[in-house]
Design a protein around this ligand. Sequence first.
Ligand code: C2O
Ligand code: CU
Length: 469
Amino acid sequence: MTNRRQFLKLGASTALAGRFPTAAARSNSEPKSLSLEAVPAAVNLVGDEYPDTPVWTYNGTIPGQQIRLRHGQQLQVTVKNALPQPTSVHWHGIRLPNAMDGVAGLTQAPIEPGQSFEYRFTPPDAGTYWYHAHLNTPEQIGRGLYGALIIEEQQPVIVDRELVWIIDDWRLNKQAVIIDDFDNRHDRSHAGRIGNAPTLNGRYKPTIPVRSGERLRIRIINAANARNFALNLDALTPSVIALDGQPSGPYTPDGAIVLGASGRTDLIVDMSGDPGSRSKLIDNYYPQPYLLATFAYSDEPPLREHPLDTPISAGTSALPQPDLGNAVKQQVVMRGGAMGGMQRGMLDGNWIDLRELAARGYLWTVNDITAHRLDMPPLLSVERGQSVILEMHNDTAFEHPMHLHGHHLKVLSVDGKPPAHEQWRDSPLLKPRQKLVAAFVADNPGNWLFHCHILEHHASGLGALVRVV
Ligand code: C2O
Ligand code: CU
């Protein structure tokens, strides 16, 4: 028995040593350089009974090539555009220089077909991030232009294995071809483009092989145009260690793991099922719960008899604490959409009634202004270093994950209640009629988009600009 236990321990620590580079190896900080080609491809999304689906990819796969850096390492990416339309790449959640933010039409010119653009920056924070196209996003992200961007902590949490899951959903016809109604008016005025084929890493209802007793870190990224997820891990007891890339907890969530569109959650999960058994991963955000994936345990004996007792914290956030006493307060009121009761909105400084706005494709406003262009007058302009409190009010009948580029927001309260655990979000999710107050230090100069990450909402006016000078 002692031998077996020692053997199991040894097996685990050997596996860990092989998987994570030692501190010495980490101090090597050569830039990571790679190229990403935005290119059409055909991949099987929904199973062998169906033909491959024509998609748009980075380097030919769904999700696109995973980019992994060590904390402090510079990234150099040459993006080549082999699509039939212009594009750009945004590094979602990364606090980077404005010129590298990848918002075509605001921070850079579009990358035309056949052209390239080089991005170069050093992410200041470790964590789970992602990259995606940032032009004509309902179509470009809807066709698959995204990938994971992982920045490893200097002292990673000790686990046996790490999984990176990009969850998405697709709107497919019976031949598994993407239905190309990306400007669908109903989607724009309601909950956005919700698909009919949810996938995990580009597979419909995949089986995920696991071993009894192993400890996993699961980095989950919601890349869907509009779908929010509430993940239920059956009998497993996950611990949340990070939200939107920033450390939080660790804590055991009460209920499902909620990810608004574009959100991320890092979990530590001890796989406590029996060898040979299976367990379900269910999404029950919307009224119809469904199976997203299945864990399948190998027949091997449990990796260990008791869960590891090593710490699981991802550390503490290194973000600057906002100075609440001297902060500028800004109201942010979202209006519009179906059943929203909005009468009119401002476009280019003129009040326009809802019918006329809708005829032009605009259905939403922030502080009564509809975002019909990216380089609009700023909602808020502050000096570098200023602390800001955003008092957001979702006065609509739909959910809005509100993404601020270039910064993270510290959530102070949701409907008046402070969150149970510290949360730094780059895309806090506001439920219908909800009020969410969040603060940040505007320490990154430039023009930053602040928009709903339900891509059809942004495309129909739900956006604003924050300027830091
Ligand atoms: Cu994830 Cu404006 O982007
Ligand atoms: Cu929205």
